[in-house]
Design a protein around this ligand. Structure first.
Ligand code: 4NP
Length: 160
C-alpha cells in the first residue's frame, strides 16, 4: 500500500453491493488504525448504471451494515466516470458483468488495476458477489459476509 492507493468498489446500482463493500473495507481499515498508511487512503463506491444517482443505499443494505456496526446512511449513489480510471489505483468490481463494463469504459492510458472483489478470497477467484436486490433480507447477510471476506483479502494484498 502506498500513499497513492485509492480504491473504488463498483456494482450495477451503487445502492446494495458496492456501498457494502466500501463499508466493509472502511471497517477493515479501522482494524489497522494504528498504521500510518490509511490516513490518506481514498475509498469510494460507484455504479455502472445511472438509475439511482443521488440516492441513499437500499434500506436493507443500510440495515445489514448497521447490524454490523457501520453507518452507511450518508452514502449517496453515483455513476462511474472516465476520470475514476485516473483517480483510483484499484477499481474493484462486484461481479463479472460489472468487470466487463469497466474494462470497456477504461481509457487506454489510465493506470487503474481492475479486479473482482472475490479474487482476493482464497478459493473464490472469479466468483461474483450475488446481487441481493431482488431477493429477501437474508440475501443481504450473505452479501455482507462476502464483501467482508473480499475487503479483508484486498487489504491484506494491498499491505503485502
Ligand atoms: P447493486 O444492486 O448493483 O448491488 O446496487 C442493484 C440495485 C438496483 C438495481 C439492480 C441491482 N436496479 O436494477 O435498479
Amino acid at each position: 500500500m502506498t500513499d497513492n492507493t485509492a480504491v473504488l468498489f463498483v456494482c450495477l446500482g451503487n445502492i446494495c453491493r458496492s456501498p457494502l463493500a466500501e463499508a466493509a473495507f472502511r471497517a477493515a481499515l479501522g482494524e489497522v488504525k494504528h498504521l500510518p498508511f490509511q490516513q490518506g487512503i481514498h475509498v469510494d463506491s460507484a455504479g455502472t448504471g445511472n438509475w439511482h444517482i443521488g440516492k441513499a443505499p437500499d434500506p436493507r443494505a443500510q440495515a445489514v451494515a448497521r447490524r454490523n456496526g457501520v453507518n452507511i446512511a450518508t452514502y449517496r449513489a453515483r455513476q462511474v466516470t472516465p476520470r475514476d480510471f485516473y483517480d483510483f489505483s484499484h477499481i474493484i468490481a462486484l461481479d463479472q458483468h460489472n468487470l466487463a463494463d469497466l474494462a470497456s469504459l477504461q481509457p487506454a492510458d489510465s493506470r487503474a488495476h481492475l479486479a473482482l472483489l472475490l479474487d482476493y478470497v482464497d478459493g473464490r477467484q472469479g466468483e461474483a458477489v450475488a446481487d441481493p436486490y431482488y431477493g429477501d433480507e437474508a440475501g443481504f447477510d450473505i452479501t455482507w459476509r462476502d464483501v467482508t471476506a473480499g475487503a479483508q483479502g484486498l487489504l491484506q494484498a494491498l499491505r503485502s
